[in-house]
Design a protein around this ligand. Structure first.
Ligand code: GKR
Ligand code: MG
Length: 435
């Protein structure tokens, strides 16, 4: 844009498209991933016809908030991001959706009305930044102050998994095979390294008894000497078990992630081990920071720009972490390329990002983009194209939306416990600590 040109950055239209994305049978403390996971694609269209993209959780409780927020945006400029936060705060949340408690199994931390709003807001903020970047001819990272690295490193996110979804459940097939023991986990890590070049690995734990998961991490350490390793049982262990695992794996772990549930338990574990503790569960809101940081419960905070409210909030969080000497990296849940691009832009601007970020992206065989983001040597090159640097493939998005419209309505809300009950009718998400 030259100095003489001007453009109308006011929002003319907001389009919301819920989609169902194929997801493999990945195991966690709650159960197993459904064959399809809901995501929401947000398009913010300016008066000049520029379309910015955002993505967030697509479950009904998020859609219920996204719709009224979308209705309030018409006529507002995409530059008014602080105003956007205020608008999101005005959207009423059905109290039954926000328990204020950590959800059972705790995968998304405490469920408050504010947290649900922030998760929705994040997609609108990213879409506005994408539109603004396109209008100015600048990448999103430039709007956040500029990148301090050319590529963002990601870790290979290993999961115990079945070869396929339970018999009789419709779902997409893949060639990863099962991983249910140390040999299976190592084979999965080898495939991840060959396909994507990952140089560090995280194992999702809380699935098998801790000794089995400890053995899997040992096997990874032997197979990949020098590679940073993490184990994340999503709070499934007692303080005693956490301390035992930390002792047994102290020489190979980069960090132990959410071994026990909640700040008091994490603080007790932290007091008894030199192994750093990371979390994406006990600190998922600004209100939870003071207690956790002053008690030394957490040494690495895994930010998820979805639940912290966007890319600018992620940078604010990184500044708070810096002040307390707490490391920062990125958490992920099932997501598509729009979110991976957003994560990559913001991660590229955080100076003291010393750990490879998490991503589920390799597990997603489908996307709504014309071109998938590609990992090289375990990293994603930071895009310098205007905006997020990604292009929506409308046909692909329409196909995934069609699945949302016509598929099993129960899949519109992710429920790993229900998915597990199909294979094991007696299954109930274990109360924590399980071990
Ligand atoms: O997708 O099964 C999963 C993960 O357990 C995810 O839900 C978690 O939020 O990856 C996440 C984590 O690090 O806890
Ligand atoms: Mg985690």
């Amino acid at each position: 844009m030259t100095a003489e040109t001007s453009c109308d950055l006011s929002i003319a239209e907001v389009r919301l498209t819920p989609v169902l994305v194929a997801d493999p049978p990945l195991l966690n403390t709650q159960g197993v991933h459904q064959p399809y996971t809901p995501r929401l694609i947000v398009e913010v269209v300016t008066a000049d016809g520029i379309t910015g993209l955002g993505e967030t959780y697509g479950d009904t409780k998020y859609l219920e908030l996204a719709r009224p927020l979308a209705d309030r945006l018409a006529g507002r400029p995409v530059t008014e991001l602080n105003g956007l936060s205020a608008l999101a705060g005005e959207v009423a949340v059905d109290p039954s959706r926000a328990s204020g408690r950590v959800d059972v199994g705790g995968l998304r931390g405490v469920q408050t009305a504010e947290k649900l709003r922030l998760s929705v807001l994040s997609a609108f903020e990213v879409a506005c930044l994408d539109a603004l970047g396109q209008a100015l001819g600048l990448p999103v990272h430039a709007l956040l102050g500029g990148r301090v690295r050319d590529a963002v490193e990601y870790s290979g996110y290993l999961f115990y998994r079945w070869a396929g979804h339970p018999e009789g459940v419709a779902g997409e097939k893949d060639d990863w095979g099962a991983a249910l023991d140390p040999a299976g986990v190592v084979a999965q890590a080898r495939a991840f390294k060959e396909r994507y070049g990952f140089r560090s690995f995280k194992l999702k734990g809380g699935v098998f008894p801790p000794d089995e998961e400890t053995a899997a991490v040992r096997a990874l350490a032997e197979a990949f000497p020098g590679h940073p390793l993490r184990l994340d049982p999503n709070g499934a262990w007692s303080v005693e078990t956490s301390l035992r695992v930390a002792r047994e794996l102290a020489d190979v772990l980069e960090y132990l992630e959410d071994p026990a549930l909640g700040t008091p338990a994490m603080a007790e574990v932290a007091a008894g081990t030199e192994v750093p503790l990371a979390t994406n569960m006990c600190v998922t809101t600004f209100a939870e920071i003071e207690e956790a940081f002053t008690r030394g419960a957490v040494q690495v905070l895994l930010c998820d720009h979805h639940y912290w409210g966007g890319l600018r909030a992620t940078r604010e969080l990184a500044a708070v972490c810096r002040a307390f000497g707490v490391g920062v990296s990125m958490h992920s849940n099932t997501h598509l390329g729009i979110s991976l691009a957003a994560m990559t832009h913001v991660a590229s601007t955080v100076p003291d990002l010393h750990h490879a970020c998490d991503t589920h992206y390799p597990w997603q065989s489908e996307d709504v983009l014309t071109e998938r983001l590609a990992f090289r040597d375990g990293t994603i090159a930071v895009p310098d194209a205007p905006g997020l640097g990604v292009t929506l493939d409308r046909d692909r998005m329409a196909a995934l939306h069609e699945r949302w419209l016509t598929g099993d309505g129960a899949l519109r809300d992710r429920d790993d416990e229900a998915a597990m009950r199909i294979a094991n009718p007696a299954w109930a998400t274990p109360t924590v600590p399980r071990w």
